[in-house]
Design a protein around this ligand. Sequence first.
Ligand SMILES: Cc1cc2nc3c(=O)[nH]c(=O)nc-3n(C[C@H](O)[C@H](O)[C@H](O)COP(=O)(O)OP(=O)(O)OC[C@H]3O[C@@H](n4cnc5c(N)ncnc54)[C@H](O)[C@@H]3O)c2cc1C
Length: 388
Amino acid sequence: MRESYDIIVVGGGPAGSTAARYAAMEGASVLVLEKDREIGVPVRCGEAVDHEGLAPFIEPDKKFVAAEIKYFKLVAPNGMTVKPNIDGVGYVLDRKVFDYDLARIAADEGAEVITKAYVDGVTRTDESVTGVTVQYHGERLTLKSKIVIGADGVESRVGRWAGIDTTVSMHDMESAAQVTAANIDVEQDTCYFYFGEKYAPGGYLWVFPKGNKTANIGLAVAADRSRQKHALKFLDEFMQEHFPEAAILTKLAGGVPCAETLDRISMPGLMLVGDAAHQVNPVSGGGIISGMIAGKMAGIVAAEAVKNNDMSSLGRYEKEWQDSLGSRHHRYYKIKKVIYKFKDSDLNSIAAQMSRLPEDEQTLGMLFKQAVLKHPGLILDVMKLFFS
Ligand SMILES: Cc1cc2nc3c(=O)[nH]c(=O)nc-3n(C[C@H](O)[C@H](O)[C@H](O)COP(=O)(O)OP(=O)(O)OC[C@H]3O[C@@H](n4cnc5c(N)ncnc54)[C@H](O)[C@@H]3O)c2cc1C
């Protein structure tokens, strides 16, 4: 480890490793600091991604693809199941291997990656962030950089240390719980989603197969609703009812910021990416691909700023994000607010309408249409979505 780098990335998740990869490709000297002993561990994720999002970054490979997904099954509160036709394929990843590979690729491009390095603060002048302080091998070191990229996930503190307001309202912070379980007899090419008060009020419950009769089974509920009953309790009840014979291999709880992107994701000497910037899709709670997209943007903008010795250009990252996924997430956020108000009776009647359609018309678009008919207020937002 040197004392000074062009760019220091805090966090070796998908967003951080991707930022490091692209910054290093552009010729910057890059250091990734990861607090955990091993990249990719522990996993706090359902691990589902779509092919279209993944492929531009990395060729899907058997070593980190646990299951290939071709179908969705959506289960209404009354048990009625809808199987919409979906375009394309998706994957349930093995993130231990996937995250590791992303970090390896960043290292291949020239980034240094150091684990067991806990960043506990940023250094700054009045104008700019100038580096980090890090606990490493029993010492507290101060490392200098031209730019710090905060990719420190949902519990991010890098932005706050630099003076950015990173608060998420209780309503937007989804409280999630998940098990990875064996002896789960579900179709291995199908992701299952359960909706309704019984399963996950203000959210949804998922069963994502991982091959060999294993699956990630989890749910997320709005944190303000989970005060009455914790996400883990909902999950235990579901497991008892649906998979009483399952062996639980891992169990976790965590937060998902299903909020709008932070108002500020860059400032002189600092950029925030991934969950740290609240770049998760507010409807699905998926943040792997959006974190990687933001990581790439931030990495390239940062390296160019270093090359041109113009640290005032970091705002370009913010603009690029807003012009692409940011504005879409803004609309998703508005849609989420309407969808989460659906009552069980709304969801049951959407499922009933769908099941009456011929099979080839049972698409995700049609599902949305049924939802819009239930809540005409959605129409404007949905139309904007299709015309963007
Ligand atoms: C239960 C659950 C299920 C989910 N399911 C899905 C899904 O199916 N699909 C999907 O796309 N998304 C899913 N998500 C969201 C997804 O996991 C995140 O959006 C994604 O991991 C964000 O990537 P990231 O790189 O921003 O952060 P992370 O992957 O969280 O990486 C942040 C890294 O920073 C490190 N770090 C934190 N603080 C410090 C520090 N001070 N010093 C050094 N290192 C630090 C952490 O150890 C971690 O390795 C799920 C989330 C949860 C909780």
